[in-house]
Design a protein around this ligand. Structure first.
Ligand SMILES: *Cc1c(COP(=O)(O)O)cnc(C)c1O
Length: 440
């Protein structure tokens, strides 16, 4: 008998973030098609994509508008280097992204994945201070539980033990400051009180580092990989003010929370602030092609503008500003602008919240049901929660027809912005079934 696609995959493909041996018992799913919020498997099943295929897909799979834009671009130009050359999609995309920041972040530097965007932002911050004759500003701060990618440079600001510990000797670890995690509220405290407490700790750290901090990097409002840790916008306001006072850059990593995920196009908007550097990836291409971008303020760009090449920003990737990826991003922005996505998402998010309340608020194992726009989560605790809860839930959800992939003991929902009532009901229903099956 010829080997199945699954067997061939396990033999030849080293899957990411996976202990391959677990696949001796954990099923691998072969996907051969996608249609809106659905994934179609090789054996003809349809799965609801409850996590937007690793947080990247915004408008469903095989979206007609993005497909058409890519077909058109494919007939014109697939790639050209961005050093010494330019092309229409990258120019238009850079202008439109700058406009979305109100013109505040007017210079766009491109790469292909989120971790590279993090590294670019860190290098840019450090190098800017050096160009300003402040080479002592070479330290970075990140939040407890932060995730900014897994390349060696990005691991420096990633505080997830599982990803970091094995490689710790390779990494120049940044200092972590307390997370404003709203779950830490003491009795009588609000989320905004927790934010203020965390900001006091941030201030103490900035004070202690006495002028050596280049930048604070954070995920605005939702710390994704930490387990959808949510916090009050007050923290961002205070962090912004402290970064100004201590002359450190504020880097907003909106790789996961950008592109409408939290309810506004950029999450930082909810705090009424602006970062100095902004990282985008994941949803920016609609979930079609690898693309990331770092947007920066005029002042940072200016610090590199010189006749001396060594004072320029020294970074490049072969696929920097790839025309196909940029076209997918332009089509994504068109959909946002022309189809009232943020307004429709407000209703969608409300409905998702209501359905989750109904299904889980009284469940004995559910804690901290929480939501910010199109991301929702709850923690699972108490009797019957096994160490391998996450895998049990994942398998049970697949059986119930949904792709949901808990982080540890946190179940989360990050649906594409095309699920309407029937799909959202089916998704929450599958989660309820999966939860009861996953508890022992
Ligand atoms: C996914 C993610 C990254 C890393 O992006 P990759 O494309 O996976 O390298 C960085 N920061 C945040 C907040 C992310 O969610």
């Amino acid at each position: 008998m010829p080997a199945s696609l699954l067997q061939r995959s396990l033999a030849a493909v080293w899957h990411p973030c996976t202990q391959m041996k677990h696949h001796e018992t954990l099923p691998l799913t072969a996907v051969v098609g996608g249609e809106g919020p659905w994934l179609v498997t090789e054996d003809g099943r349809r799965l609801l994509d409850g996590i937007s295929s690793w947080w990247v897909n915004l408008f469903g799979h095989c979206h007609p508008r993005i497909n058409a834009a890519l077909r058109d671009q494919l007939e014109r130009l697939e790639h050209v280097l961005l050093a010494g050359f330019t092309h229409p999609p990258v120019v238009e995309l850079s202008e439109r992204l700058a406009a979305l920041t109100g013109g505040a972040l007017g210079h766009a530097f491109y790469a292909s994945d989120g971790a590279s965007a993090t590294e670019i932002a860190l290098k840019m911050s450090f190098h800017m201070w050096r160009n300003r004759e402040l080479p002592q500003k070479d330290r970075f701060l990140c939040l407890e539980g932060s995730y900014h990618g897994e390349t060696v440079g990005a691991l420096a600001v990633t505080d997830v033990a599982l990803f970091r510990d094995a490689y710790a000797p390779l990494v120049r670890q940044a200092a972590t400051v307390p997370s404003p995690d709203a779950r830490r509220a003491r009795p009588e405290e609000t989320a905004s009180d927790v934010a203020r407490r965390a900001a006091v700790a941030l201030e103490a750290r900035l004070e202690a580092e006495s002028g050596r901090v280049a930048a604070l990097i954070l995920e605005p409002l939702v710390q994704g990989a930490a387990g959808m840790v949510m916090y009050d916008p007050e923290y961002l306001r205070r962090a912004r003010a402290l970064c100004d006072r201590y002359e450190a850059h504020l880097i907003c990593d909106e790789i996961a929370v950008g592109c409408g995920r939290t309810g506004t196009f950029f999450a930082y908007e909810q705090a009424g602030i602006r970062p100095d550097l902004l990282c985008l990836s994941k949803g920016i291409s609609g979930g079609y092609l690898p693309l990331s971008v770092v947007l920066c303020r005029e002042e940072i760009f200016r610090a590199f503008y010189d006749t001396d090449t060594r004072r320029g920003f020294l970074h490049s990737h072969s696929y920097t500003g790839n025309p196909l990826a940029c076209r997918a991003a332009l089509a994504t922005l068109d959909i946002f602008e022309e189809e009232g996505v943020l307004a429709a998402n407000r209703k969608r998010a409300e409905l998702l919240g209501r359905l989750l309340e109904e299904a889980f608020s009284d469940h004995a194992a559910v804690r901290h049901l929480r939501q910010r726009g199109m991301v929702a989560a709850f923690d699972v605790a108490g009797e019957g929660v096994a160490d391998d809860f996450s895998r049990r839930f994942f398998v049970a959800a697949l059986e119930a027809g949904a792709l949901l992939r808990p982080i540890g003991h946190t179940v989360y929902f990050m649906p594409p912005y095309v699920m309407d009532e029937p799909e959202l009901r089916a998704l929450v229903g599958a989660a309820a079934t999966a939860l009861d099956r996953a508890l022992t």
